[in-house]
Design a protein around this ligand. Sequence first.
Ligand code: SER
Length: 323
Amino acid sequence: MSTSDTVLVLGAAGQIGTDLVMRLRNELGSDKVIATDVKNQGGAIGNDGPFHTIDVMNGQAMAEIIDKYKVTHVYHLAALLSATAEKNPMFGWKLNMEGLFNLLEIAREKKSFQIFWPSSIAVFGPTTPAQKTPQHTIMEPTTVYGISKQAGERWCEYYFNKYGVDVRSIRYPGLISYKSAPGGGTTDYAVDIYHKALDQGTYECFLSANTVLPMMYMPDALDATINLMHAPAEKVKIRSSYNVAAISFDPQTIAASIQKHIPDFTVTYKPDFRQAIADSWPQSIDDSAARTDWGWKEKFDLTAMTADMLLNLKKQRDITPSH
Ligand code: SER
């Protein structure tokens, strides 16, 4: 990153945006990171630096902000996640695709900024090899979210090849964070479980005990994102989206890691519609291209993540006891 960077974060109030905005404001200075979301925000996102209300379906509003601040890097994080999009498929498709198109079109015209756009393990489906899923493999997603991400990947690569738009992307696994809650994903259980362990000592999980999914702790996800955005362009050889991986576990294994800190913690299992989504996704990911091309490496395993999550969530509860 350099002091001449001016960053725009779309969807800044979401799970990734909340963490990313705080980190970028610490590193670049608050006035260099413009946060936007579809809803007005208070708190750190709304008050600690520039904030604007922007709907990503309004391309003109997006273009005006990019001009106004002479933005050099855009992180486009506004989307409907897997479980929410299944409940409202047409809106999921519309939001996830139109938001991306609006930004790609502005980039094509201006050529003055780089784009980060998140993809997901949801681009894979039941016909994909589930273990060590390769970078290039069968992709037949069965969710609206997965279909929108796969189509988005194709369009990102198209805009890079055809128009020279510098767009970069990661296929995130399930992300786990303490600063912000996820919203509407199939992997959300792996965040809820820590909160319930501390607050209630028991958790009812919406996936079965042995549902293995690829996951990552948020500090690692932010490192991956920022490192990819600042890698020299010639090292970014994949312009659809990179596989990245850190940890794979199932609910009973994360529960056991929490029980090392909270021995009385209990979990029950009551799978719902999200089980079928999880069953269609890979269990582990081969991310050797990201490791070779731009040096990706995670810092947190499950043990380290659980210790850090519980420590930070306890601190939050000490500050706000009614949590
Ligand atoms: N965490 C996301 C979800 O569950 C996957 O990209 O929808």
